[in-house]
Write a protein that binds this ligand. Structure first.
Ligand SMILES: Nc1ncnc2c1ncn2[C@@H]1O[C@H](COP(=O)(O)OP(=O)(O)OP(=O)(O)O)[C@@H](O)[C@H]1O
Ligand SMILES: [Mg+2]
Length: 251
């Protein structure tokens, strides 16, 4: 298939406006284990999408597949970001083309200060937000700019991980459980920041166990269940639909 033909398959498979991030018929495995079983969803520019589902539903696997990490193995499917075919790229190329993944374990680099962690993300173009802009977004990081990153509190480390993603010129921010292990007051603070990031035009996918918090933030929601999509619609519809919440989110 030519690139043009692929582009038309990837971008035009649904009826609405062209998507910014378009995942089409994605299948992913860990070895013999078939985890993501042909999912398709899309996000428009500037939206926040909550990707939800029970433990083991395949949320992290989906994010890793989109980020083109070595695992899982993607056997089939297309991933388009702003008309670029991520599915034809290695993870570093996907990163250069605007993919920003904040993994669950945050990956703060030991031995480096907050500022060094941020500067390291800006070592090669395309460079994203300036340090000043990042510190305006996260004043706690400005206060602690010379503190070693791994000595930050959990919430501050999450802020650093998000800031580091924005320090590169990204088009979509993928967050894997950003609220995990954090006190409600810190979740409030991060949620407020994610709203500010959206106001500045960022497109975001949030995976969260804390489904209600994620749904309150998101415009749309996709619910995964055993590797397939069981809901794709407005976040408010999920909040209002008790049956759906009970069946797939246990809330
Ligand atoms: N490296 C791996 N090797 C083999 N199987 C894996 C690997 N990572 C995850 N899995 C399996 O893939 C399935 C989906 O896992 P995944 O981490 O994507 O789920 P999740 O929806 O993110 O769950 P959680 O809410 O617990 O984070 C699970 O059954 C899990 O055991
Ligand atoms: Mg997970």
């Amino acid at each position: 298939m030519t690139t043009a033909a692929k582009a038309s398959t990837g971008v035009n498979h649904a009826t609405t406006a062209p998507a910014y991030l378009d995942v089409w018929d994605l299948h992913a495995y860990y070895g013999e284990s078939y985890i993501v079983q042909g999912i398709s969803f899309k996000i428009h520019e500037g939206e926040i999408l909550a990707l939800l589902g029970r433990n083991g539903a395949g949320k992290t696997t989906t994010l890793r597949a989109i980020a083109r990490l070595d695992e899982p193995q993607v056997s089939h499917g297309e991933i388009w970001l702003d008309h670029k075919p991520l599915h034809q790229m290695k993870s570093y190329e996907a990163a250069t083309n605007g993919l920003g993944l904040v993994p669950e374990d945050r990956r703060i680099i030991a031995g480096l200060t907050v500022e060094e962690n941020l500067k390291l993300a800006q070592i090669a173009p395309p460079i994203g937000w300036s340090l000043d802009r990042l510190y305006d977004l996260f004043p706690r990081l400005r206060e602690r700019r010379n503190q070693e990153g791994i000595t930050l509190s959990g919430g501050e480390q999450q802020m650093l991980a998000i800031a580091r993603a924005l320090a590169r010129d990204i088009k979509v921010l993928l967050l894997d459980e950003p609220y995990e292990g954090l006190a409600p007051v810190i979740v409030d603070e991060i949620e407020k920041t994610l709203r500010l990031i959206k106001e500045q035009g960022m497109t975001t996918v949030i995976v969260e166990q804390n489904a209600v918090r994620a749904l309150e933030l998101a415009d749309r929601a996709v619910i995964l269940d055993t590797g397939g999509i069981v809901f794709d619609g407005l976040a408010s519809e999920v909040l209002e639909n008790e049956e759906l919440r009970a069946e797939y989110l246990a809330i």
